[in-house]
Write a protein that binds this ligand. Structure first.
Ligand code: NAD
Length: 291
């Protein structure tokens, strides 16, 4: 089945990035959020990022105008029922995602493929609550979407081959590379990445090193482009905590227990870059460690 229209639920840092790459590749995009403010901010971010691409000669100005014209923002979730492919990219909470699919299902076209950009939640479980588990899968982009090459494709237990191939075709049309993962907690990338970030938070919590020492050690000592605490702020500490909880609950192994300091930051509303404070404070000219 040829996918032409794509619906994206959630216009946060991931949703707006997905809208950006989809529209640039020629897909018609319906971008939904519960907040008008997030829709406005999402569109402004896409415009800003595309302008940067034009400035660097990576996109023609006329292509940018055409791509922006392909994105229609909407507060009405049910309008996304008219699309060929829905990518849910709302907050990483299972109850939120399930409520979205429940509201959407009665309005879907028979052929619509449902996907989630979840970083960790069971695709099989999300799919089982819809009317089409065979047309449901995980479509997991990396942050920042316009820059990162990888998309993880996750088949639930019931996902059929035509659905997988339709999604694979979309990844190819975006000029990105797909890696296939089985449906187990946090899939491949976050199964490996998040315990490292959580361990960096424990290292801070136990006083082994300061924020600067930990990030400098991992950048210069292991050639990571960002330190783990800087990266956690970039991902969002609420998302990191949610993923650790899914690993802990889903695999029932104490090695995945979230660091209490990570929980504390989230409880304080210090979610990283998106709330201007996390392991670093972003409110000044340069980020400075918060402890
Ligand atoms: P975010 O906090 O930036 O954005 C979430 C958006 O969802 C917000 O705009 C919020 O208003 C919206 N939302 C919440 N409930 C909604 C609803 N019922 N209907 C419509 N919109 C709703 O979060 P994010 O970082 O963009 O993460 C979104 C998803 O992408 C999560 O599942 C996350 O695990 C996944 N993800 C995140 C990253 C990352 O690095 N942050 C990477 C890959 C995947």
């Amino acid at each position: 089945m040829e996918i032409q229209k794509v619906g994206i639920v959630g216009a946060g840092q991931m949703g707006n990035g997905i809208a950006h790459v989809m529209a640039s590749a020629g897909y018609e995009v319906l971008l939904n959020d519960i907040s008008q403010d997030m829709l406005d901010k999402g569109l402004a971010t896409i415009r800003g990022n595309m302008e940067r691409q034009v400035g660097r000669g990576k996109m023609a100005a006329s292509d940018m105008d055409a791509a922006m014209a392909r994105i229609s923002p909407t507060l009405t979730l049910t309008e996304l029922g008219k699309t060929d492919l829905v990518i849910e990219s709302a907050t990483e909470r299972e109850a939120v995602k399930q409520a979205i699919f429940e509201d959407l299902v009665p309005h879907l076209l028979p052929h619509t493929i449902l996907t989630s950009n979840t970083s960790s939640i069971s695709i099989t479980r999300l799919a089982s609550r819809t009317d089409r588990p065979e047309k449901f899968m995980g479509f997991h982009f990396m942050n920042p979407v316009p820059i990162m090459q990888l998309v993880e494709l996750i088949r639930g237990i019931a996902t059929d081959q035509p659905t997988y191939h339709s999604c694979l075709k979309v990844v190819e049309n975006l000029g990105k590379t797909a890696a296939s993962s089985e449906d187990f907690p946090a899939f491949i990338v976050n199964r490996i990445l998040m315990p490292m970030i959580n361990e960096a938070v424990y290292t801070l919590y136990e006083g082994v090193g300061s924020v600067t020492s930990i990030d400098t050690s991992m950048k210069l000592g292991t050639n990571h482009p960002m330190g783990p605490l800087e990266l956690a702020d970039f991902i969002g500490l609420d998302t990191c905590l949610a993923i650790m909880n899914v690993l802990h609950d889903g695999l029932a192994d104490t090695k995945y227990r979230p660091c209490p300091l990570l929980t504390k930051y989230v409880e304080a509303g210090w979610l990283g870059r998106k709330s201007e404070r996390g392991f670093y404070d972003y409110r000044g000219e340069h980020p400075v460690p918060t402890r």
